[in-house]
Write a protein that binds this ligand. Structure first.
Ligand code: ADP
Length: 307
């Protein structure tokens, strides 16, 4: 089922076009990465979904119905520009955000305690935000954005400011929220977290969507015919008998084992290639190399620089 569907969204600020006819299909109950270089239009897109801004043209559907102002109540938003009330106590702050989302006092208290316990920070409840480090404030802001169990959760750079242990903690919580059915939009420059968390992504560049799809489909689309093969045998004879031209990217030899990385210029079924190489020696490792999201991001952006 469709979660959030943006149809032909355009937004212009005086002379700057922030979004040009952008359509996105965000599946319900999945984690969707909203990616792009600085200034691409991601924040504008998020602000239009959260109705902080209105699009000039286009429409948005949420769970297959036109988006309404009331839908803000079932959304959670962690903005990139963090902002807690410096002089408010942590507990009060969380309760305040919960009340804005329409939670009863009792439910909010219960959830507040659950989250503070989950992060093992119950003792922060009576601290002021100004007494907390950036990372600690970030945890509180994360709690504020999820306290009401939002059906739609929008996280803008949720890992910035966290040490690796806390980043992992947040990552696990995001996966748990997905398991509970939330539709999650994640905007980040951290491509490792995209690979670990996202089911699908859109890449926005200079206000245009230049790529969209599931992470696995995009990776297989971008997979050059690159292979890493380690074997004990006659690699030069193997290369000489290849029926397609190739680029030898790397070659190392340790004892009797040769490892080569090759890029083929034509599609060859990996099984056929494996069969062929097997006739020249004993295979230790045979691997098709899948490009990282980082490589795909750079490649896609650089190749659309004519936009
Ligand atoms: P991103 O989040 O991908 O970095 P933004 O959506 O913030 O990109 O910005 C897209 C473009 O729109 C940029 O050129 C930015 O300068 C411009 N922009 C964003 N918000 C405003 C605004 N309120 N007024 C004028 N220009 C804006």
């Amino acid at each position: 089922m469709s979660g959030i569907s943006l149809k032909h969204i355009t937004k212009q600020f005086s002379n700057t076009i922030a979004l040009s006819n952008v359509s996105l299909e965000i599946p319900q109950g999945s984690i969707y990465g909203l990616l792009g270089p600085n200034g691409a239009g991601k924040t504008t897109c998020i602000r239009i979904i959260t109705q902080i801004l209105h699009a000039d043209t286009g429409s948005i559907e949420l769970f297959e119905k036109p988006l309404t102002l009331n839908d803000v109540q079932i959304m959670g938003y962690l903005p990139e520009e963090r902002g807690l009330y410096k002089n408010m106590f942590v507990g009060e702050q969380i309760m305040y955000f919960a009340s804005l989302k329409g939670m009863s006092n009792n439910d909010a208290k219960k959830e507040c305690t659950t989250w503070l316990q989950k992060f093992e920070i119950e003792h922060w409840k009576h601290k002021k935000a100004s007494e907390l480090s950036k990372g600690m404030q970030q945890k509180i802001q994360f709690i504020c954005s999820v306290i009401h169990k939002p059906q739609v959760l929008i996280l803008d750079e949720p890992f910035s400011g966290f040490d690796p242990i806390n980043a992992e903690h947040i990552k696990q919580e995001i996966l748990e929220l997905k398991k509970q059915g939330a539709t999650i939009v994640l905007s980040t420059h951290n491509m490792n977290s995209v690979e670990e968390l996202c089911d699908s992504i859109a890449l926005i560049h200079k206000s245009h969507k230049i790529l969209e799809g599931t992470v696995s489909h995009i990776q297989s689309q971008y997979a050059k015919n690159s292979y890493r093969i380690s074997f004990n045998g006659y690699y030069d004879s193997f290369l000489a008998t290849l029926t397609t031209s190739y680029k030898l990217v790397e070659q190392t030899k340790t004892n009797d084992i040769t490892t080569i990385t090759i890029e083929l210029t034509e599609d060859i079924a990996s099984n056929a290639l494996l069969k062929h190489v097997m006739t020249f020696g004993n295979i230790i490792e045979f691997k098709q190399l899948i490009p990282s999201m980082n490589e795909i991001f750079i490649h896609a952006v650089q190749n659309s620089s004519t936009l």
